[in-house]
Design a protein around this ligand. Structure first.
Ligand SMILES: Cc1cc2nc3c(=O)[nH]c(=O)nc-3n(C[C@H](O)[C@H](O)[C@H](O)COP(=O)(O)OP(=O)(O)OC[C@H]3O[C@@H](n4cnc5c(N)ncnc54)[C@H](O)[C@@H]3O)c2cc1C
Length: 348
């Protein structure tokens, strides 16, 4: 069934990137009644649902810049929030950011047309996108996909996996029986450097960290940050300097994945945590073309179809020519400011 009224813009996903997109469209004067917003939960995405207990890699000031960065967020009207009490130069638990995001979501939802469902397929015809969802069809001239990403996994057989969202959350980890366990932790990311001390707080027998390369640390320079997206920051960096590039704590071992000991050490493990990065969530089907990819400099997937957020991060080079994918709330907003004028022209 085709609905007569087409939206000008549909935003699929209500995580931080979807919130930024709806905010900026309103800021640009797109009428609220012309914006459709689709998400099964409207609960601030994975940050609000999976990562609340995780220590941030961004300082509080950067979060506040994001929250105050869109007039449509009306964040100045929000009730007093614990984020305001944090030292602006300090990192914080993501919880403190999730709550303001949930507050912003609630009041954006009152203005735009929100559909609490999952988009399953996208079709382009009649110069419109027809979005199939679990419940109804939504028709829009333009679509922003902000569907997020899921942790990547490796598939070593015989190891009982502890999901990253459990290993990153001390309360959920405490519910697991880890007595005498030997846990393999793969990766040397921000998440790895939070998971390792979390595990060592339990009566595990050993933790073996399997790594590929040296650690990278972010360095704060006057007007940019070296290794901003790939380097360790905040508490994770402090712990890593002391314990990984310093003195290993008791019960922690490390093993280079290409070393001759790899197989033998892996065979001694009974659990595994994979902190090896993220991959784009499965997109709604696009049967006209198969799986679509995006332009990593401007987010274009197809006419009137654009990608934003951790699923479609901007790729950019730093002043030394080092390329990295830009992931973070404020970065999504800044990127949107750069590409939205283009998206407004790249019509169906
Ligand atoms: C452990 C961890 C720590 C991080 N720390 C920070 C930090 O300190 N600072 C920072 O700025 N960033 C941080 N990030 C990075 C990033 O900001 C978050 O990952 C952010 O949640 C990504 O936002 P998103 O909107 O792109 O995706 P998500 O938060 O994953 O949101 C995507 C939304 O889309 C919905 N969706 C998916 N498919 C569909 C569909 N077909 N139809 C409808 N809805 C759909 C999902 O249900 C979800 O609600 C961190 C990330 C991780 C994993």
């Amino acid at each position: 069934m085709w609905y007569m009224a087409a939206y000008a813009w549909a935003v699929i996903g209500a995580g931080p990137a979807g919130i930024a997109a709806v905010g900026r469209l309103l800021d640009r004067g797109i009428a609220a009644a012309k914006i459709a917003w689709i998400d099964p939960a409207f609960a601030a995405g994975d940050l609000g649902q999976k990562w609340r207990a995780v220590s941030s890699n961004t300082i509080a000031e950067t979060f506040l810049n994001f929250l105050n960065g869109s007039a449509a967020f009306r964040f100045s009207e929000a009730p007093p929030l614990p984020l305001h009490d944090v030292d602006p130069n300090d990192t914080c638990a993501l919880d403190l950011v999730a709550d303001p995001l949930v507050w912003i979501t609630a009041q954006l939802r009152e203005r735009v047309d929100a559909f609490q469902t999952t988009a399953t397929a996208l079709f382009l015809g009649n110069r419109r996108w027809r979005i199939e969802t679990d419940r109804q069809e939504v028709v829009s001239e333009n679509v922003i996909l902000a569907v997020g990403a899921v942790p990547k996994k490796l598939a070593y057989p015989g190891l009982d996996e502890i999901p990253v969202e459990v290993a990153l959350d001390p309360d959920r980890l405490a519910e697991r029986s880890l007595d005498g366990a030997t846990v393999a932790v793969f990766g040397s990311s921000h998440s790895s450097m939070i998971v390792l001390p979390n595990l060592l707080r339990h009566p595990v027998k050993r933790v073996i960290n399997f790594y590929q390369s040296p650690l990278k640390y972010a360095v704060y320079l006057d007007d940019w940050i070296l290794f901003d997206d790939t380097g360790l920051k905040g508490r994770a960096a402090a712990w890593a300097r002391e314990n990984i590039d310093g003195v290993y704590p008791e019960r922690l071992e490390r093993c280079w994945v290409s070393s001759p000991e790899f197989d033998e050490l892996l065979a001694q493990c009974d659990r595994a945590v994979y902190t090896v990065g993220f991959e784009r969530r499965k997109l709604p089907e696009t049967p006209q073309w198969g799986v679509l990819d995006y332009n990593r400099r401007n987010g274009i997937l197809a006419p009137g179809l654009f990608g934003l957020g951790i699923a479609f991060p901007e790729y950019a080079e730093d002043p030394y020519g080092f390329g990295q994918y830009r992931v973070g709330l404020k970065k999504f907003m800044d990127y949107l400011d750069a590409v939205l004028p283009l998206w407004l022209l790249y019509r169906t």
